[in-house]
Ligand binder design. Structure first.
Ligand code: GLN
Length: 242
């Protein structure tokens, strides 16, 4: 069984390409019944209001909620994180429907508008412990949300430092979390060549462990000096399009 990528809008192609890079087959999901044929699901970044309208049009919300409730691994990136949050603030008037399941409050455009998009080197101790590689990850934040508060069962995997001119000292805001079967990142790992979040997600599904172990041994550019990517100093190759 394959990994599904919700393909209504946004960066679903980039997620499919990132999965291919680690040797995993991803399939586009547009209809509720297609969720029956996948082991886990990625909800990509994009524009959460538009994505919610399309999901409503295709009557996807009940099936998505059921998928999360069944304990199948689901990863939301950026707009996908907003989708999975139990509560969102900073929404358009009237709000938008959410899938929910992740015990947190997100701010939809926490860092400002599109032109305030940025990249930041994030400390990722848990990811590096599980996947190897450097202790930090290049986060690509595009009109990104942030997580304002989390419930007790939510593990924080990454935060970004924010320095407001008047604010002393510098404060941190949560940008990656895990709660049981749910993974959520406010940034876009699919736009970098560092595939550690994708392989981390694959390992959240017990049935996928074997595939990932086999594929990551052949494509882990950090540990394979023969690999093309290892020799290309991938950290500066942003963003990635195919
Ligand atoms: N802030 C955007 C929204 O509300 C999400 C941006 C993104 O996914 N890159 O949908």
């Amino acid at each position: 069984m394959a990994v599904g990528v919700l393909a209504l809008q946004g960066s679903f192609n980039e997620h499919l390409a990132a999965l291919r890079r680690i040797g995993v087959k991803g399939v586009e999901i547009r209809k509720a019944e297609q969720l029956d044929n996948i082991t886990s699901l990625i909800i990509p970044g994009g524009e959460s209001t538009t994505m919610a309208k399309l999901a409503e049009l295709h009557n996807l919300f009940p099936a998505l909620r059921e998928f999360v409730r069944m304990g199948k691994p689901v990863w939301g990136t950026c707009a996908g994180l907003i989708f999975l949050a139990d509560k969102a603030v900073g929404q358009k008037i009237g709000g938008q429907e959410l899938v929910g399941g992740l015990d947190c409050t997100v701010h939809r455009n926490f860092f400002g508008s599109q032109i305030q998009s940025f990249e930041a080197e994030l400390p990722v101790p848990e990811l590096a412990a599980k996947e190897g590689g450097p202790p930090s990850f290049r986060g690509v934040f595009i009109r990104a949300p942030a997580i304002l508060e989390v419930g007790l069962g939510v593990e924080v995997l990454a935060s970004v430092s924010i320095k407001e001119e008047s604010a002393e000292p510098e404060s941190k805001v949560i940008v990656a979390v895990k709660q049981g079967n749910i993974l959520a990142t406010a940034f876009h790992p699919e736009l970098t060549i560092d595939s550690r979040w994708h392989s981390y997600f694959m390992k959240m599904s017990p049935s996928n462990n074997e595939i990932t172990a086999a594929s990551s041994s052949s494509s882990n550019y950090y540990e394979d000096p023969e690999s093309y990517l290892y020799n290309k100093q991938p950290k500066t190759d942003l963003p990635i399009y195919e």
